[in-house]
Design a protein around this ligand. Structure first.
Ligand SMILES: [Zn+2]
Ligand SMILES: [Zn+2]
Length: 266
């Protein structure tokens, strides 16, 4: 069994064939999906989708409430109050986010992104849920990760998953040392031969701190590159992770799924 810890099923890419996407996920043994909201509408969709009872029930779908750094100007007190209400009403919402800092695209000013991230951390602390963190720096710069480390130290009790981990070993070690609750999530990028730094982190990350995701419809693993990504393809990422770490696919699937279940309480 595998768990896709970060997918975006409400994206328009899935509109035409979502039912078959979900069916292929179950057939591939990807039996739990964490469907991540990334703006207000997507968070409402995430809430709605995990309330829907489907025949057969597999894969199980869980949700999140959050605003991506690209849309961080949406993060008002009213929106956060709505998230709080939804989280209290719906026990299948298992994580806050995705939130974070993206200084690569810089679609919102840094101060706006930082303020939005802080509101998400406060919410997570209040409801005792973990946070799905997006962190991307501009080329040759470490500013986003430095601001991120400062924010993590402001909230020592909040557990974070560094989604689509794409930094180097030094940053990985710093994050992991900061709290025993933080984990790293690897996406299709680890299957790209050019992703040298990420592959090094995949090898060193302790067995109890690692999970996998698709971030679909984006970041399709190497073997299917050019196609739309979907939850079933997390199998390919898990295969590469297992090979890099010198573990069997079965062993890696077992440990990463146990980590995801523990982290999200699913
Ligand atoms: Zn992201
Ligand atoms: Zn995402």
């Amino acid at each position: 069994m595998l768990i896709d810890t970060h997918c975006h099923l409400m994206e328009p890419h899935f509109k035409a064939d979502l039912a078959s996407v979900i069916e292929r996920s179950a057939l591939a043994g990807v039996l739990k999906l964490v469907n991540i909201g990334c703006h207000l509408e997507a968070s409402r969709d995430s809430d709605r989708m995990c309330r829907e009872v489907r025949d057969g029930g597999l894969p199980q779908i869980f949700g999140s409430q959050g605003i991506h750094p690209h849309d961080s100007n949406q993060t008002t007190d009213e929106v956060m109050a709505e998230f709080l209400r939804v989280i209290r009403e719906n026990s299948r919402i298992v994580v806050v986010g995705e939130t974070g800092l993206d200084y690569f695209y810089m679609k919102q000013p840094k101060e706006v992104q930082v303020a939005s991230l802080r509101k998400h951390m406060q919410l997570a602390q209040e409801v005792n849920l973990p946070v799905s963190i997006h962190c991307r720096d501009a080329a040759e710069s470490f500013e986003a990760r430095e601001d991120m480390l400062r924010m993590l130290s402001e909230f020592p009790r909040v557990r974070c998953v560094m989604h689509c981990f794409s930094q180097d070993r030094a940053y990985a070690e710093e994050v992991l040392a900061m709290s025993a609750g933080h984990i790293l999530s690897f996406s299709g990028t680890v299957t790209y031969l050019s992703a040298d730094e990420v592959r090094q982190v995949a090898v060193m990350v302790p067995s109890d701190r690692v999970v996998v995701e698709t971030d679909c419809p984006y970041l399709t693993p190497q073997v299917f590159r050019g196609k739309r990504n979907e939850p079933a393809f997390v199998v390919e990422t898990a295969k590469v992770m297992a090979a890099l770490r010198g573990e069997s696919f079965e062993k890696f699937s077992e440990i990463s799924s146990a980590n995801a279940e523990r982290f999200f309480g699913i």
